[in-house]
Design a protein around this ligand. Sequence first.
Ligand SMILES: [Zn+2]
Length: 167
Amino acid sequence: MKTSSRTVMDYMQELANVDPRGIGRLRRRFQIAEGTPDEILLELAGLIRTIWGSPVERRKQGIVKILTLILKMTFTTPIGDLQNEGAPWLANTFEVLLDSVKLVEKMAVCENPECATPYYFSKRNGQKLCGSDVCVGWAQRQAKAKWWASHGIEWRHERAKQKGGKK
Ligand SMILES: [Zn+2]
């Protein structure tokens, strides 16, 4: 992800996934207002995570309100002025707000329970993982384990039959 391509979507995603230790990086990357304390940022992160993990209908109801709140709280400028502020990546704020119903349909949570950044926007229907190498690896191990679990039973059956035949 290039810095020049930062978008409100990137901000939402990174805020949702932020680790308290990574808050400084988030601040710098998205030029968050200095007047916004870390505690508020973490609270907003919790709020967007709640929305992200909700059923799509609830997301649709809450997204505009929550997004407006987040942008107001973190950039301390009225929504209408965001485009003219020193954070050019916010230029697509209106598009995102207008498009937020489509956006909520893409909000997904990675299936890997140990994923470090589980909140993501899905790129295709039926996507179940955030797409990180770690989670792809996890899914492959899961699939393998599942395969062995079912085939292991057959294998033991076969072996038992063979053993029985030899007696
Ligand atoms: Zn993941």
